[in-house]
Design a binder for this molecule. Sequence first.
Ligand code: SAM
Length: 260
Amino acid sequence: TSFGFKEVNEEEKSQLVGNVFTKVASNYDIMNDLMSGGLHRLWKERLVSKLSPFPGMKHLDVAGGTGDVAFRILETIYSVHRRAVDDTIEDDLHDTQIYVCDINPNMLNVGRKRAQQRGLGDLGSLVWVEGDAERLTFEDNSMDGYTIAFGIRNVTHIEKVLAEAYRVLKRGGRFLCLELSHVDTPVFKQLYDYYSFSVIPVLGELVAGDRGSYQYLVESVRRFPPQEVFASMIADAGFQKVEYENLVGGVVAIHSGLKV
Ligand code: SAM
């Protein structure tokens, strides 16, 4: 307290540390736009349109991070149904629950702030839950839908995540996964490899000051099972009607499955 230095108490200190992580988490959104040239927005739109969200649904977005997928689901439900002034739909709208589950509380905190900025914070439909995709705290057969976007690649046991997805979904509930995947076309593959191995780490260094993490990102994409293999893992977890759609020649793929 002497020497003219301002003493930093415990609370201020944890705030400072928190700010550092918040910075990482907000960089995250900028990096997404830069690395994908804004395309991740279209991919997420596509994911949500495949889900066909409806008023009153209970949906779980796992590895939901800063809320991108959840916001789009909620906005779709509201934009399609807002003008229907019918009271029953009005009630359903308010019953809608979108759970955003993520293992990293800093990502969720950025998400909460973004929800406020987008005017979605006070609707009462978004529920932010800190949790592990491999051990969900939600009840069996409780969800109408399950999404995971750019999340399953980084988990330790993909099979556990799929088993949990199956467990929490109701019968008739849909599993949807958006993930960076594998490009097959030879010339395009060369371009994509160059972009991944040379451009991405440099972008990571310049924008996030973190080359290593982005190098890791590229390597984790290589290690992720190819489309067909991942599809059979989804089927092994019990899902029916398993299919996938490649976007941009397989740079990303959307896999889906139905619990019947
Ligand atoms: N879905 C968001 C999106 O598309 O913008 C965020 C994707 S981000 C690349 C991956 C997220 O997965 C991070 O927020 C990270 O904290 C989360 N994550 C990693 N392992 C997880 C786990 N085992 N359970 C839940 N979330 C996890």
